[in-house]
Write a protein that binds this ligand. Structure first.
Ligand SMILES: [Zn+2]
Ligand SMILES: [Zn+2]
Length: 379
């Protein structure tokens, strides 16, 4: 089967009617009568394709049947495609061909698709952070187009009802321009035959949408952008070998956790009272929640290390050998603004505690005050 050209050529009126550009009025009329009988919607069970063909043929005939309009049309065609008016032996034979091949199907339309290879499919798949770190099985939907079963890809289950295109005589292409280049026949959309009775399963395209759910093994500590290949998980090829499915992993970042080496790091905000009086705070892990005891008087920036709750390290058939640590870094969630009465309450509490409870701040102030600073704050 020759490769189809991309560009489409709309046939001129003579090609539409299957006559030579030098045809007599009687020949044009006879051709129109023959074609209008074939494509009349009533004769084709109301097929919309037939109706469109009928309209095109009738439009061409209306213009060529009027001597003045035909003269104008010929002048236009002379400019557009001069060789057409000089010599086109194929056009002379077109209607004869139509008589003999009207019900003959082209070989490629009836042949079953060759048992080839299905294409590889590439699917981007979002993966939650925990799943990407721990690994496991995810189910990925692979969508593809496959050969329509009822018509075996031919686009029709009733080949005898689809006449060969009389314009291109079943070739699917028309030679046009000074270089007689092959272009796709617009009358039959390059099929070579007119799908007056398209397959109900695929609408005539010969292909239907299909999908399959494929289980994909995600390795532990999978990287963002990793390509996971599943042999045979791609496009199915009836009678042939299915392609591969290539899953491109897109890791969804965790709201609070990030990986750092073998460890997981989580930053946890504390309120004043939690930092001052101590608290039990929930910390997310890869599987569930860990409750962390924050002792009274915890300074912001302190890091707590929870062993065994980090990333899996190494692997064996029995599972990961060990886990890194979960590092919890606490910080202080400060109110942005206090009312004057609230400021007074804070100062009162600090006064009540006394400077000796702020040993480091007091020592720092004393040390800085003793420095010989040129631009320090004035007292
Ligand atoms: Zn055609
Ligand atoms: Zn079909």
């Amino acid at each position: 089967m020759p490769t189809q050209p991309h560009e489409t050529h709309t046939p001129d009126h003579y090609r539409l009617l299957g006559v030579a550009p030098r045809a007599t009025d009687a020949q044009i009329k006879a051709a129109y009568r023959k074609l209008s009988r074939i494509y009349h919607p009533d004769a084709q069970g109301g097929s919309p394709v037939a109706e469109n063909c009928f309209k095109q043929v009738a439009g061409a005939y209306a213009e060529l049947a009027d001597p003045a309009r035909r003269l104008n049309y010929d002048r236009m065609l002379m400019l557009r495609d001069p060789i057409r008016l000089v010599d086109d032996p194929r056009a002379e034979r077109a209607l004869d061909v139509l008589d003999t091949v009207v019900t003959r199907l082209r070989k490629r339309q009836t042949a079953l698709p060759s048992a080839g290879h299905g294409r590889d499919l590439r699917v981007e798949h979002p993966l939650p952070f925990a799943k990407a770190m721990l690994g496991g099985i995810v189910t990925v939907r692979a969508e593809f187009a496959t050969t329509c079963t009822p018509c075996h890809g031919a686009g029709t289950s009733e080949p005898e009802r689809n006449p060969v295109c009389h314009v291109c005589q079943g070739q699917g292409t028309l030679k046009t321009g000074l270089r007689r280049q092959d272009m796709r026949c617009a009358f039959c959309s390059g099929r070579g035959l007119l799908l007056l009775a398209p397959c109900k399963g695929c609408g005539g395209s010969g292909q239907v949408a299909a999908h399959q759910d494929v289980d994909v093994h995600v390795p532990m500590r999978c990287r963002d952008g990793a390509h996971l290949r599943v042999r045979g998980g791609g496009e199915a090829a009836p009678g042939g070998k299915a392609g591969d499915l290539v899953v491109v992993v897109r890791i969804q970042p965790h709201a609070f956790l990030r990986a750092d080496g073998d460890d997981l790091v989580c930053q946890v905000p504390l309120t004043w009272s939690e930092a001052l009086a101590g608290a039990r705070v929930p910390v997310p892990t890869l599987g569930g929640t860990h409750w962390l005891t924050v002792p009274p008087g915890t300074p912001p920036g302190r890091e707590f290390r929870v062993g065994g709750h980090g990333l899996p390290v190494g692997s064996s058939p029995a599972g990961p050998a060990k886990r890194g640590a979960l590092r919890v870094q606490v910080f202080m969630d400060m109110p942005s603004e206090l009312a004057p009465s609230q400021v007074a309450a804070v100062l009162a509490l600090e006064a009540q505690l006394g400077v000796q409870r702020f040993a480091r701040a007091t020592a720092y102030r004393a040390a800085v005050d003793g420095l010989d600073t040129a631009d320090g704050p004035s007292k």
